[in-house]
Every structure is written in structure tokens, then in C-alpha cells.
Design a protein around this ligand. Structure first.
Ligand code: GUN
Length: 292
């Protein structure tokens, strides 16, 4: 078994971006600018936005964060979205999800200008990606596709089974990998909570992408000999270590590791690729590559 090291690949991408930013600055241009909107104090969201801010700065981007309390109104958020849509110095931005229950998430996402929607969550970007037109691709699916490309995994004609149909990972990655292009061309099966015979389907996968949100869900009896496994899950499991917990994925790594040909570890697999991909999207927004 070979590890697919997301830390190394994410670093390569960030080095490429840093180099491009340095060239922009040398030629007298301004830095790309990525902004984030965050509402409330959800721990995972705060840490994601903090990492995004730190890594943006590391590659030479300008980064800003718009923070709102948990009881912010939809109107206040829509005003900020409107400001960012029209701010000529913001190239792209994200609204960190989930939003508090009293806010209609889709209404906020629909208000983001597609040209600045570096998360690729606006229906226009989702539609364009589905049609194979130039679009922003959501960061985690793009990170997964990049991991497969850069670790030399053949996708053309392969059976890719995706577990989980979320709008952020499962659904977009299933669309992305079924498109007709050199980094895709998979035959994709998308499994979800109502899928019958999920074990049998998983056992047919050449590439198994797991974004089901259940710790250690995938075990060796669900894996075909030599399969490539991409584990999107990340869970804190209490243990007796000094930290008091360890991180595990949706895949039982120790159990499957001798059966697969390649696998992403948790942590250090898909996770680091998500922000690297968001930075790639920001650079595309700056260069106006998608919407010319
Ligand atoms: N929440 C979990 N993942 C994401 C993501 O990729 N983007 C945003 N905006 N929110 C998230």
C-alpha cells in the first residue's frame, strides 16, 4: 500500500501559487484577495476560517474575514454579500457553512455573484460544472481530483464509487469524475443512506471515495484488492493519549491498509487539499479565468 500524502501535494500547489503571486507583485500588480464571512462560534468553522486566513497569507494573498454573531440577521448577511459582490478589491469570497438555523442558507448562496463564488456553491457554478463548462469547482472535490491526478491514479474507464451525496462533497465529486476529460472519465456510482447492498457496490470500486460522515465505516470486506481509497471523513475519537482524542476518518485505515493499492491518511490526506484548492480558485478569480 502506498500513502497519498495530501500535505506534500498541497505544499506543491501552494508553492506554485506563491511563485505566481511573487511574479504578479514583481510586475507591479496587487495581490489576489480572498475574503470569508463567518457567523457564530462553531469550532470547526472557526478553525477552517483561521487556517484559510493563515494559508492565504503564506502564499502572499490578501485575506479578510467578516465576522458576525450567532444572532446576525439574514438582511445583515445579504448586505455584506452585496458589498463583497461590488468590492473591486475582493476577487473571491466564501460564506462559511453551516449558517445558523434562522438563516436561509440557499438564499445567501444564491446572492453570491457567481464570478466571485470561489466555493463553487452558487447554482450557476453547479450547473456549469455539471455541463462541463468553465466553473469554480468546490474545494474538496477539486482537492480529491488533484490528489488522484498528482499521484498518478488512472481514472479513465475506472469504476468510482462515492459514499455520501452532500452538496459540498459527494454530489459534486461524482459529477466531476464522470465528466468527459482527461482527469475524469470514470464510471461513477453514488451511494447514500438509502442505498441497498452498499458493501457489494463498494467491493466493485476501483476508486472508493468516502464522504459519509461515519467514523471507520469502511472495512476490509468492502474493499476490492488493489483499490484506491480517498477518505474525506475526519472525526475526533476519545482515547487515553495526552490530547485525549485521536483523529480518524470514515475508513478503518488499519483494517483496510493491506488490501488497497493507495489510500489517503487522516489527518494529512484530503484535509490539506481543501484549502490549497480554495487558493487555486482564488487565483483563478483574480485572473478572471472562468468568467472572461
Ligand atoms: N463547511 C464545510 N466545508 C465547507 C466549504 O468547503 N466551504 C464553506 N463555505 N463551508 C464549508
Amino acid at each position: 500500500m502506498e500513502l497519498i500524502d495530501g500535505r506534500i501535494i498541497a505544499k506543491q500547489i501552494k508553492d506554485e501559487i506563491s511563485k505566481e503571486v511573487a511574479e504578479l507583485l514583481d510586475s507591479g500588480k496587487r495581490s489576489p484577495h480572498l475574503a470569508a464571512v463567518i457567523v457564530g462560534e462553531d469550532g470547526a468553522s472557526l478553525s477552517y476560517v483561521a487556517s484559510k486566513e493563515k494559508q492565504s497569507k503564506e502564499v502572499g494573498f490578501w485575506s479578510s474575514v467578516y465576522r458576525f454573531p450567532e444572532n446576525a440577521t439574514e438582511k445583515e448577511l445579504l448586505q455584506t454579500v452585496d458589498f463583497l459582490n461590488n468590492d473591486s478589491e475582493t476577487d473571491g469570497y466564501i460564506v462559511q457553512l453551516p449558517l445558523p438555523k434562522h438563516i436561509n442558507e440557499q438564499r445567501i448562496l444564491n446572492a453570491i455573484k457567481p464570478e466571485k463564488d470561489i466555493d463553487g456553491f452558487h447554482p450557476i457554478n453547479v450547473g456549469r460544472m455539471t455541463l462541463g463548462l468553465p466553473s469554480y469547482v468546490p474545494a474538496t472535490p477539486l482537492g480529491i481530483q488533484t490528489l488522484l491526478q498528482r499521484s498518478g491514479v488512472e481514472t479513465c474507464g475506472k469504476h468510482c464509487v462515492v459514499l455520501g451525496r452532500s452538496n459540498i462533497v459527494g454530489t459534486p465529486v461524482s459529477i466531476l469524475l464522470s465528466r468527459n476529460n482527461a482527469s475524469a472519465n470514470c464510471t461513477v456510482t453514488l451511494c447514500h443512506s438509502r442505498t441497498e447492498n452498499i458493501k457489494e457496490i463498494c467491493r466493485q470500486a476501483d476508486i472508493l471515495i468516502v464522504a459519509i460522515g461515519k467514523p471507520k465505516f469502511v472495512t476490509e470486506d468492502m474493499v476490492k484488492e488493489g483499490a484506491v481509497i480517498i477518505d474525506v471523513g475526519i472525526h475526533r475519537i476519545k482515547d487515553s493519549s495526552e490530547k485525549g482524542y485521536k483523529l480518524v476518518g470514515d475508513v478503518d485505515f488499519e483494517n483496510v491498509k493491506n488490501k488497497c493499492s493507495k489510500i489517503t491518511p487522516v489527518p494529512g490526506g484530503v484535509g490539506p487539499m481543501t484549502i490549497a484548492s480554495l487558493l487555486m480558485n482564488t487565483l483563478q478569480a483574480y485572473k478572471k479565468e472562468i468568467y472572461k
